[in-house]
Design a protein around this ligand. Structure first.
Ligand SMILES: [Ca+2]
Ligand SMILES: [Ca+2]
Ligand SMILES: [Ca+2]
Length: 232
């Protein structure tokens, strides 16, 4: 009986291993993670909250919309309270490596862009773009990137709230353009709601995550537990 139990465990183990080995690309979703309790001050902690990772920390959301507190809430990113930040990550494809982001978030914004191998391989292929940072709560800024060649990119965006409102100070709160811009607001669209990304074999933006165990694996584990209980 011992041998049989061991064999069952080995079989399930062998089945489980490949399921965790690779990242899966979830199209049209960003990862979002809120950190509360940042130090109170003027300014408070900036860009120090946790960053969502592909192991399941952070929620998948279909749109980054901080145009108002109501829209933030409606899109899975509540903006209530003070001294917190929202950190977002996603991957996107751009055909020529020239693109732009804009922000007018109250209070502070940081953007980091890394060129990566593919939608499911986040290894860096070169130097990061320059970190874009703006700490003026009511000044629209934009960041143009020019990587010289196209490909997949990893984006990390941190929106920090100090006090007062946590929303756009006017117009689009955070947006993307797949071409260089001079900061004209109309060039940009919301991530997941208007922004246009260049397609690469049918994929254009989303999040790489470690897939959860499949329902068949869970069923197999459940069946094994039932089997072990009955053998006692
Ligand atoms: Ca481009
Ligand atoms: Ca700003
Ligand atoms: Ca604020």
């Amino acid at each position: 009986m011992k041998t049989k139990t061991l064999l069952t465990l080995v079989t399930v183990g062998a089945m489980a291993a490949p399921m965790y080995a690779a990242l899966t690309h979830v199209p049209n979703q960003a990862l979002a993670l809120r950190t509360d309790g940042l130090n109170v001050g003027d300014p408070n902690d900036q860009f120090t909250g946790a960053i969502p990772s592909n192991d399941g920390t952070g929620a998948l959301i279909s749109s980054i919309n901080v145009n108002s507190e109501a829209l933030g809430l409606a899109n899975g990113t509540p903006l209530n309270g003070d001294n917190f930040d929202w950190a977002f990550t996603f991957q996107f494809h751009d055909a020529d490596g020239a693109f732009s982001f804009t922000e007018n978030f109250d209070d502070r914004v940081q953007i980091n862009i890394t060129p990566i191998v593919s939608a499911i391989n986040l290894a860096s292929t070169g130097a990061n773009g320059p970190t874009h940072q703006d700490t003026s709560w009511n000044t629209r800024t934009y960041a143009d990137y020019s990587f010289g060649s196209g490909g997949w990119f990893h984006a990390e965006v941190i929106l920090t709230e100090d006090g007062g409102g946590a929303l756009s100070a006017g117009g689009i709160g955070f947006g993307y353009s797949n071409a260089a811009s001079t900061g004209t607001e109309g060039d940009y669209g919301l991530i997941g709601d208007g922004a246009v990304f260049d397609a690469d074999g049918g994929l254009d933006w989303g999040s790489a995550i470690i897939p959860e165990p499949s329902s068949s694996l869970i069923a197999a584990l459940g069946g094994m537990l039932l089997f072990l209980r009955r053998r006692r």
